[in-house]
Ligand binder design. Structure first.
Ligand code: PLP
Length: 451
């Protein structure tokens, strides 16, 4: 309801409108009261009744809104900011400040909260990795931000190697290449020890890789024997909340997080946490200086929003969040548990996206619809629903982390899964209702007649 009041829509008008919408949608009665509020929350600005609200630019631009039952995916615009974060962004928009003061003080504030020496608000985890690489390159070569990348690897500034385990190579390697570094790949501990040389500037560790022979402690020990700073990419690795200080306290010199994933800050914000000397150099390479970070500007609204998101996440508990996600999944499961042949399990990935995911298997022949058809139909709704996964036909279930799990024996089953952590309050009732409509079209009608 708070959303609504902020849009300047009266409660009475909202209720009138939402009743109309629900009547038109033929609500499933057991879910109708809750999903009424949620339908309104999901589509509020588009409502005909919302005359005093700001124009709905998504509607103007003909871009469909989504109910995110999937997770913190960048192409789904990751998270939505909680109310206190939105409010902080809104307030920041009213006043100019000195950008440098804001950058430095926001970093110090975050560092104190997250128990590290210093911090920087970047425009995402990827840019945090770039700025961290620039810091390491500058530290090793004694160059200036203006020398990166074009002079790196030259006779003047020859140090240009970053050491990475083969299993930790990923798309974000590009964030390091931007600084003129080359990647030296290692597999065994012996490879790793031998890889350090006169050109080494840093190492990178991909926390969620879940593979690679060398574990955190050993990785740090060897690098630090060689006086080389270590960066770890933890972009999507909160919850648990303590991960926000776990890796700096373990000894990593630089740690990046995405601001717009689990922390639920602005999508174009991120954190670089770590040793004061390196963070200061990262600041020196950041916008508005003419360094490699010039195109990675973070506006005052997003810097303040990132700080507010850190405050917000620290006001939460892992238990509280887990309970909320599971309660929402329960709402969905209660609406579906009498679908013939359906079975549910809960999957929790070990590192990144470490939240419950409700995985449901069913026999499409008995239910009368396949998983991929369900997915397609949900995408056609006026406010589209994005499932975590939908797989038709036999074959092992693949979790978000790519983990293979065997199919239960018996007839070929289809799988759909939902993850509730990125849903707005009440949207679980809409997802429950829409899934039930598709999977129990006849039964739902009977239930209505009886009720
Ligand atoms: C999402 C992600 C990033 C990029 O995060 P942005 O905040 O979008 O820049 C980097 N590394 C990993 C492992 C990620 O999951």
């Amino acid at each position: 309801m708070a959303d609504f009041e902020m849009q300047g829509v009266s409660r009475r008008r909202f209720l009138q409108w939402s009743r109309g919408v629900m009547a038109a949608m033929g609500a499933f009665p057991l879910l109708s009261r809750q999903s009424e509020a949620a339908t309104a929350a999901a589509g509020n600005v588009a409502a005909g009744g919302a005359k005093h609200a700001a124009p709905d630019y998504y509607a103007k631009l003909n871009v469909k809104k989504i109910i995110n039952a999937k997770g913190t995916y960048t192409n789904l615009t990751a998270a939505c900011m909680p109310a206190p974060v939105r409010e902080a962004v809104y307030q920041a928009a009213f006043h100019p400040v000195h950008l440098g003061d804001l950058q430095v003080n926001a970093g110090k504030y975050i560092a104190e909260k997250l128990k590290c020496e210093n911090a920087l608000v970047s425009c995402g985890a990827s840019s945090a990795l770039t700025l961290g690489t620039a810091a390491a390159v500058q530290l090793a070569n004694g160059c200036t931000p203006l020398d990166i990348p074009q002079e790196i690897g030259s006779a003047k500034f020859p140090k240009n190697e970053a050491i990475v385990q083969k299993a930790h190579r990923y798309g974000y390697d590009h964030a390091m290449y931007l600084c003129g570094v080359k990647i030296v790949e290692v597999e065994t501990l012996d490879d790793y020890r031998r890889a350090f040389g006169p050109k080494t500037v840093m190492t990178n560790f991909f926390n969620a890789a879940g593979r690679g022979e060398i574990q955190h402690e050993q990785w740090l020990e060897v690098a630090h024997q060689n006086n080389i700073p270590c960066h770890i990419d933890c972009a999507a690795d909160m919850p648990p909340i303590e991960n926000l200080w776990k890796y700096t306290q373990m000894g990593f010199d630089m740690v990046c997080f995405s601001g717009g994933k689990g922390i639920r800050g602005p999508q174009n914000a991120g954190l670089l946490l770590g040793k004061d000397k390196l963070i200061q150099l990262a600041h020196a390479n950041n916008s508005p200086g003419d360094g490699v970070g010039r195109g990675m500007k973070v506006a005052k609204e997003q810097i303040v929003g990132m700080v507010a998101a850190v405050d917000w996440i620290l006001s939460q508990t892992d238990e509280g969040m887990d309970k909320e996600f599971r309660q929402k999944e329960d709402v969905i499961w209660r609406a579906l548990k009498d679908v013939p042949t359906i079975k549910a399990t809960t999957n929790v990935e070990p590192v990144a996206n470490h939240v419950p995911e409700l995985v449901m298997t069913f026999d499409p022949k008995v239910v009368g619809i396949t998983a991929t058809d369900i997915q397609a139909k949900l995408r056609e709704l006026p406010v589209a629903i994005e499932l975590a996964s939908a797989r038709s036909g036999a074959g092992p279930f693949r979790g978000r982390g790519g983990v293979q799990r065997p199919q239960p024996s018996g007839p070929p089953m289809d799988t759909i899964s939902v993850s509730t952590w990125m849903m707005q309050p009440g949207e679980e009732y809409i997802v429950a209702r829409e899934l039930r409509k598709l999977m129990m079209p006849v039964k739902a009608g009977h239930a209505k007649a009886k009720a």
